[in-house]
Ligand binder design. Structure first.
Ligand code: FAD
Length: 388
């Protein structure tokens, strides 16, 4: 019997865990390196759209991931006076699917899947160098060689810095504080409690996201140089000035541990060189206005495992085929997420008309959600529509 192919995966985020599990399920011997001493997710929720859900289904992890998740009926945008200016119905027949899940639950589900598939997960294992011939050097001094090396080490990828592959990298000048508070009936009126709601006011946004029966994920989005808005712990008075109608919700954020991240937009000249490939945020980070960075990372990681396992072509050719298949949908999604970020700079009154206009153009809506409606390669059964 031929020995199984080997993969070294760098980084145990959504991209690395998905790729490692999918390859192990296809008979590969996989080692996954995570530099931290344990694999952690920040205390926030995450929107998982159809492409991410289909990936979880393909990995056999959908039921577990969806356990306790919230299924909202609609995604609403509201103006500075709390008036609905756009509604995107979701989770109904023929509509986009999306669940909101606590990040730690999603990551733990993926870790369980990786372990079950036989992935050798090494924590406290920092990779310092990787090369296109499949070689790897660890901080410990250990070296290794594999049929393929996958750098899924996030937006600030150390491995990527070794190569001249960045085509475009721009901080988005905007960021968000993410935190979780217990759900309360006092935050929004009874009829709104299960919805996903994005509130706009000037250059600030508040994202209201039930993520389990008991947890509410809150994202506070602002310009990077809006000091009061980006302060940790949250400067609740500064936020209440912009959103007086959310006083109870914002007051509940006082003193809650949160994390501020500045958004980034990144494209590469190519996603692979020889036996080395970049995936997830290391290859195609995007601002989170569509909630699709993680979904794209998972979708593309599954496609990668399929491309590597589905033919006898040399590894470098298969990696190029994978990029050719995945890149158009992902870059389309990156462009849309960037455009949606520009809404922060439109004055309140004009933004309301713009959003209302967009809501009336179904083709624009479908284009915006293209990745969410995409059937990932290798996912098999999928309940949503295909827009590829
Ligand atoms: C505010 C905000 C909200 C978001 N909301 C959503 C959302 O609702 N839905 C969605 O789909 N996406 C969302 N995203 C995007 C999503 O979080 C990312 O796209 C996704 O987490 C990227 O996963 P990744 O595995 O590529 O990278 P990461 O999650 O960054 O994982 C990289 C891993 O590699 C490890 N690592 C780094 N260097 C090394 C090394 N040298 N050796 C070993 N290990 C290493 C790190 O410790 C880390 O565990 C959001 C992003 C932000 C900032």
């Amino acid at each position: 019997m031929a020995p199984s192919k080997t993969a070294e995966v760098i980084g145990a985020g959504l991209a690395g865990l998905t790729a490692a599990t999918a390859l192990a399920q296809r008979g590969w011997t996989v080692r996954l390196h995570e530099r931290d001493s344990d694999i952690r997710a920040i205390g926030a929720g995450i929107y998982v759209w159809g492409n991410g859900l289909a990936t979880l289904e393909a990995l056999g992890l959908y039921e577990e991931a969806a356990r306790g998740a919230h299924v909202g009926p609609v995604l609403e945008s509201r103006d500075h006076r709390d008036r609905v200016v756009e509604e995107v119905p979701i989770n109904g027949p023929g509509q986009a699917r999306v669940l909101t899940i606590m990040r730690d639950h999603l990551i733990n589900t993926l870790i369980g899947g990786a372990e079950k598939a036989g992935v050798d997960i090494r924590t406290g294992s920092e990779v310092t160098e990787a090369s296109p011939d499949g070689r790897l050097i660890l901080r410990s001094g250990e070296t290794s060689r594999a049929d393929v090396v996958l750098a899924a080490d996030g937006v600030n990828s150390r491995i990527r810095r070794q190569f001249d592959v960045v085509a475009h990298r721009a901080p988005a000048r905007q960021g968000a504080t993410r935190l979780t508070v217990p759900r309360s009936p006092d935050f929004v009126p009874a009829q709104d409690q299960g919805k996903y709601i994005e509130y706009f006011s000037g250059r600030r946004r508040v994202l209201y996201t039930p993520s389990s029966e008991t947890s509410l994920y809150v994202a506070l989005v602002a310009d990077e140089d809006d000091r009061p808005a980006s302060r940790i712990p949250v400067d609740t008075a500064a936020w209440i000035r912009s959103f007086p109608h959310l006083e109870k919700l914002l007051s509940a954020c006082a003193g809650v541990p949160g994390r501020w991240d500045t958004f980034q937009f990144l494209t590469l000249t190519r996603w692979s060189m020889g036996r080395l490939a970049f995936l997830g945020d290391a290859a195609h980070a995007q601002p989170p206005y569509l909630g699709q960075g993680g979904g794209c990372a998972m979708m593309s990681a599954l496609g990668l495992a399929d491309a590597l396992s589905g033919s006898d072509a040399p590894v470098d050719q298969r990696l190029r085929d994978w990029e050719y298949a995945e890149r158009p949908t992902i870059e389309h999604t990156q462009r849309w997420s960037h455009r949606l970020g520009q809404l922060n700079y439109v004055p309140d009154a004009a933004r309301a008309s713009l959003l209302k206009g967009c809501g009336r153009l179904p083709r624009l809506g479908a284009s915006r959600l293209r990745a969410a409606l995409t059937t990932p390669t290798g996912s098999g059964r999928f309940a949503g529509a295909s827009a590829r």
